[in-house]
Design a binder for this molecule. Sequence first.
Ligand SMILES: Nc1ncnc2c1ncn2[C@@H]1O[C@H](COP(=O)(O)OP(=O)(O)OP(=O)(O)O)[C@@H](O)[C@H]1O
Ligand SMILES: [Mg+2]
Length: 453
Amino acid sequence: MIAERPTVLVVDDDRNTRDSLVRGLSRAGYEVLGAEDGSKAIPVLQDREVDLMITDYKMPGIDGLRLATTAQVVRPSVAIIMISAFVNIDTAVSAIKQGVFDVIEKPAKLRDVKKAAARALETRRLVVENRRLRADLEGRDAMARIIGRAPPFHAALTMVEQVAPVKSTVLLTGESGTGKEVFADAIHRLSPRAEKPLVKVHCAALADGLLEAELFGHEKGAFTGAHIARKGRFALADGGTIFLDEIGEIPLTTQVKLLRVLQEGEFQPVGGSETSRVDVRIVAATNVDLETAVADGRFREDLYYRLNVITIEIPPLRQRREDIPLLVQHFIEKYSRITTKHVNGISPGALDRLQGMEWPGNVRELENVVERAIVLATDPLITETELPATEDSRDPTPDSIPFRVGQNLAELERAAILRTLKAVHGDKDAAAKILGIGVATLYRRLKEMGESA
Ligand SMILES: Nc1ncnc2c1ncn2[C@@H]1O[C@H](COP(=O)(O)OP(=O)(O)OP(=O)(O)O)[C@@H](O)[C@H]1O
Ligand SMILES: [Mg+2]
């Protein structure tokens, strides 16, 4: 942010020029600091929120161009104007290529310097403002793409908004396909780190030794195949967020190192002896119960407590069935756009069936089902024909019938009869016996249900 009263740093080895610029700009309302050369200017840039640096080109020691380069490293947001008695097109072009906003010919008139300063500060304000707006929009966008308003889900979303601005470690728990990665994205996008990298590591996908090198990097020759030194994911995520997916799968030796990063913010690359420090926000996810893993000795208890500072539990889809219509509509829009098929809705019967399913694969499974239905659809409306075969054949435990509050008895009776018949391979006597009804009743029911007896 630019303060109400911008701070300007004037760097010139010529005392007269420097003093007159300092005075003139102070009178124009700026907070003005002076430095007599590059080596004096750098500490000022480090310590003070300098908004604009006006530097001479030719100075003893570091020249204006080199100072400009260094300044942008020390204080990336600083705007720079260069004043030079030796302006030719080449120096001007190379200065501007190196991020200098304007080059003014010496002797510079105060009026010209003030004009250039105002322009540089305004441009910089717009750039900063734009960046902030963009990050803001992306953050809100990330939230808007998360569909669901059932109370347990909404509670989880509210936590995302609450924890995003701080650096605290977040542990996301939830079954496969519930949206842990989607949440991790939103936490990063909504955080002040949004413009820095979000680095994702799938901890289960790498062999034991490799994971450690992947996370912390390695020196050249650290292990067979390590021909060159490589930065690890923690170093790449510096200033940003690291997403450790399937954290429950991290081997114990790596857990020790991870604990150190969490506690101290430091680590050593594999095969190295130098300690690296990083500023990284950790978001971890697991679909296994870490407490059980701790009890089984597979997960360090101290690490678990460090990770478990803020836990966001994402409920499985079957515990938020009221969100299914919203999600279905969302995926219909998404896939009809991608496939350019004009599907815009779903029949009540088909939706009803989706709402009654168990969804062991949660939102991901629902998304796949809708995508498939859209590919198969011949009308603008998805019907039951495009849905996967009935629940019966999908259910991994065919001797149980899923029941949902709000389901009517006739439906359940129908399911009970058809399932039982299937289990006894159509033997009606056996089915009637199991169901506790007479064979005649069974026949009658089948007829009422429109099933050939
Ligand atoms: N609330 C939601 N709104 C919209 N899309 C969602 C939502 N939750 C999940 N999805 C979508 O479902 C899919 C699975 O989500 P995600 O990858 O985040 O799940 P996960 O919990 O990380 O699963 P796993 O444990 O298997 O890695 C993604 O395509 C994601 O875009
Ligand atoms: Mg995931």
